[in-house]
Write a protein that binds this ligand. Structure first.
Ligand SMILES: [Zn+2]
Length: 272
C-alpha cells in the first residue's frame, strides 16, 4: 500500500486519521463560503483559459453567448446550475456551451472539497491558492499547450513564501526543490530532444515543476514525477483510444499538476 509517511511536506494531516470533518468544529461558515465560491473560481479559470492565449480581454464580455452574442442574464451565469438547467446550451440560439465550462467549475469544487476534508483550517488558504492555480494552469495547457510564465513564476514565489511562513526551518528544502524541479525536467527535455529528434517537453513544464518543487520540497519531486508519468501515460492512452502511438503531442502540465497536488496534500509515496 501507498501511505503518507509525513516526511517532507509542509502540511501533514495531524492528530486524526479521520477526514477533516471531525476537526472542522466551528468552521462551517468559512467552509460553506469556500464551497460556494469554488464553482465561481472554476468558472473564472475556464474563462481565463479560453481567452488568455488569444490575448482577448479576460473579464470584459463575460456575459455574452459566444455564438449569438446575446447578453446573458444573471440566472444564466450561475456556475454548474445554469449549465445543467440549460443542458449545456444557449437559451436563445441553442449553441452548445461546451463541456469545458462545466468541467472547470466541478474541478474547482472538487479541489475545495479535497482541501476542506484533508487539511486543518490554517492550511486552507495556501492549499486553495495552490490547487486553483494548478487547475488554471492545467486548463490553459489542455486548451492551448501553454504554461504561461506569468502564472508559473508567481506560483513558484508563492511556494517559497508559504514554506517560509509555515515551515521556516525547512525552507532550504523548498528552495532546493525549485532548483532541482527545473533542472530535472530541463535535462529530461534535452535528452528527449536528442534521442527522438523533436521537442517532447516544453520549457513551461520545467518552470511548472520548479514551482511544484518550491511547494513540496526536493524530497517530494520523485513521487510527483512518478504520479505525473502514470497520469500522462493514462491520458495518452485515452486520447489514443487504447493505443500509445507516441506521435501526438499531449500536454504534460495537467499530469505534473496532479502529481504535485497529491504529494503536497498527502506527502511523498512510500512503500510499506
Ligand atoms: Zn446563443
Amino acid at each position: 500500500m501507498f501511505v503518507n509517511p509525513s516526511g517532507v511536506t509542509v502540511l501533514t494531516r495531524e492528530n486524526s486519521n479521520l477526514p477533516g470533518l471531525a476537526r472542522m468544529d466551528g468552521q462551517y461558515a468559512p467552509a460553506l463560503l469556500i464551497g460556494l465560491a469554488a464553482p465561481c473560481v472554476g468558472s473564472f479559470a475556464g474563462l481565463v483559459a479560453d481567452r488568455l492565449p488569444s490575448g482577448s480581454p479576460t473579464v470584459a464580455g463575460r456575459s455574452r453567448c459566444a455564438s449569438c452574442e446575446a447578453r446573458l442574464r444573471w440566472h444564466e451565469l450561475v456556475p454548474i446550475v445554469s449549465w445543467l438547467a440549460q443542458r449545456g446550451r444557449c437559451r436563445r440560439c441553442g449553441a452548445a456551451i461546451g463541456w469545458a465550462a462545466l468541467v472547470a467549475e466541478l474541478a474547482a469544487l472538487a479541489v475545495a472539497l479535497w482541501v476542506l476534508l484533508a487539511l486543518p483550517e490554517r492550511a486552507w488558504l495556501p492549499a486553495l491558492a495552490l490547487g486553483w492555480s494548478l487547475l488554471l494552469l492545467s486548463l490553459i495547457d489542455l486548451k492551448s499547450m501553454l504554461l504561461p510564465d506569468r502564472i508559473t513564476l508567481p506560483l513558484l514565489a508563492a511556494g517559497l513564501a508559504s514554506a517560509a511562513l509555515l515551515a521556516p526551518e525547512r525552507w532550504s528544502d523548498h528552495a532546493l526543490g525549485a532548483a532541482i524541479g527545473f533542472g530535472s525536467l530541463a535535462v529530461l527535455a534535452l535528452l528527449y530532444e536528442k534521442t527522438r529528434g523533436r521537442t517532447g517537453l516544453g520549457g513551461g513544464d520545467a518552470k511548472l515543476f520548479a514551482a511544484i518543487g518550491a511547494w513540496i520540497g526536493w524530497a517530494g519531486l520523485p513521487s510527483a514525477l512518478l504520479i505525473a508519468g502514470i497520469a500522462g501515460i493514462a491520458h495518452a492512452f485515452i486520447q489514443g483510444r487504447g493505443r500509445l502511438s507516441g506521435g501526438e503531442r499531449i500536454p504534460f502540465g495537467p499530469a505534473l499538476a496532479l502529481g504535485g497536488w497529491i504529494v503536497w496534500l498527502h506527502g511523498p509515496l512510500a512503500w510499506r
